[in-house]
Ligand binder design. Structure first.
Ligand code: 4LM
Length: 397
């Protein structure tokens, strides 16, 4: 039996149980698209919501239900819904929240495809999207109208690591209109580092592709929040609008990854802290964006709302673009790749990769410089990660 008072590690391992008549320690993979009804009447009753039970795996599946229960427990949410990707979760949550004529206010610094969904996608369907810098609460106050249905942001923001004050943004939005849904993308933190619902947000979305799974072998997402909203996302947003359903096999891999979330996050953060200190003292580096550094603008807010400063670092090099790229191409241990939260240290160039959905002017407005390099610090020995960067940065100094 799992109690709310139990610790994070206990809950990440034990929360959520799938039907399991054989008593297998690891819940079985219910690799099935559909479920047998005992009778025509029973099938009808399940469709009508008069009887509990599975119908079809786009509406629910025992293996998927297990990871949904785990994530809901860890985020402190009433309910959670798994999706086929982070973008599947985000688009499901947003399309379940607005109709044509409604408005969304979002921070201007977002993962590139979320930016594209808002800026290029939702606008096409008559939803007004206002993108602004939510680190200044007066910008939020200016953007809110009686048509605002959603306030949406990430913190730390991908890729600049800008920190947004969850409690302040949620309070400002709710003081303006109590039914505004404040949705926070908690991908960079996971519930081990930050729990937006406890700070006043209404819903959380995740790319579970990243730290939640943690092993670079799954694309997945989550929505967590109150029962009504998650129910609407499940039975309308995901079922009818996006169809972005997580497969039972990927749910099984996620359940496996989640069992070690706290240990992995502790190590990602410890490694990132050492690497950030190395970069801050390296003469080839002009700027380090890491919430754990006292020199970083969002440091104090990060310390208030995050357990630890995370495993992501962004930096700028003094060298010109070609010389910086040539240096990073020589990394031997670290891998040039997008994505984050894996055991391997990954290095990428947002302006030409994850944020290439922004135009040059939009990148500038969002504070994403042409020279920014983003690092997802892995779980290797920190001395080896630092030695790899030292070997390629020293010649630039
Ligand atoms: C990346 N990110 O940055 P799926 N929310 C955040 C993200 O960083 C991402 C998604 C949602 C990267 C992918 C290539 C904050 C993705 C979207 O990729 O749809 O699971 O998540 O490197």
């Amino acid at each position: 039996m799992i109690h709310k008072s139990m610790g994070f590690a206990t809950r990440q391992i034990h929360a959520g149980k799938a039907e399991n008549s054989a008593g297998a320690l690891c819940a079985p993979i219910y690799q099935t698209s559909t479920f047998e009804f005992a009778s025509v009447e029973q099938g009808g009753a399940r469709f009508a919501g008069k009887e509990e039970g599975y119908i079809y795996s786009r509406l629910g599946n025992p293996t998927t239900a297990l990871v949904e229960a785990k994530l809901a427990n860890l985020e402190g949410a009433e309910d959670a819904l798994a999706a086929a990707s982070g973008m599947g979760a985000i688009s499901t949550a947003l399309w379940s929240s607005v109709s044509a004529g409604d408005e969304i206010v979002a921070d201007e610094t977002l993962y590139g495809c979320t930016y594209s969904l808002l800026e290029h996608g939702m606008r096409q369907f008559g939803v007004k999207v206002t993108l602004t810098d939510l680190s200044r609460v007066e910008n939020l106050k200016k953007a809110l109208t009686d048509k605002t249905k959603v306030v949406y942001f990430e913190t730390p923001c991908n890729p600049t690591m800008k920190i947004l004050n969850i409690a302040l943004i949620a309070k400002t939005a709710h003081d303006f209109k109590s039914d505004i849904r404040v949705i926070v993308d908690n991908t960079f933190c996971t519930p081990y580092l930050q729990r937006p619902l406890s700070l006043g947000a209404n819903a959380v979305v995740h790319s579970a592709t990243k730290y939640l799974n943690g092993h670079g072998d799954v694309i997945a997402g989550f929505i967590a929040g109150d029962k009504d909203f998650v129910g609407r996302c499940r039975m309308f947003g995901l079922k009818d609008l996006t169809g972005a359903v997580l497969s039972p096999f990927d749910a099984f891999l996620l359940a496996r990854g989640l069992k070690t979330l706290d240990i992995r996050m502790e190590r990602h953060c410890a490694n990132a802290k050492k690497l950030a200190a190395f970069f801050e003292n390296h003469p080839a580096v002009s700027k380090v964006c890491y919430p754990g550094l006292a020199s970083f603008e969002g440091h104090e807010t990060a310390a208030e709302q995050m357990r630890l400063p995370g495993g992501m670092i962004s930096l700028e090099l003094k060298a010109d673009k070609a010389a910086a790229a040539a240096a990073l191409n020589k990394l031997e241990l670290c891998t040039v790749a997008v994505s984050l939260g894996d055991a391997e240290t990954l290095v990428e160039h947002p302006a030409t990769m994850t944020h290439s959905t922004y135009s040059a002017e939009e990148l500038k407005a969002a504070g994403i410089s042409e020279g920014l390099v983003r690092i997802s610090v892995g779980l290797e020995d920190p001395e080896d990660i630092i030695a790899d960067f030292k070997a390629v940065l020293d010649p630039l100094a």
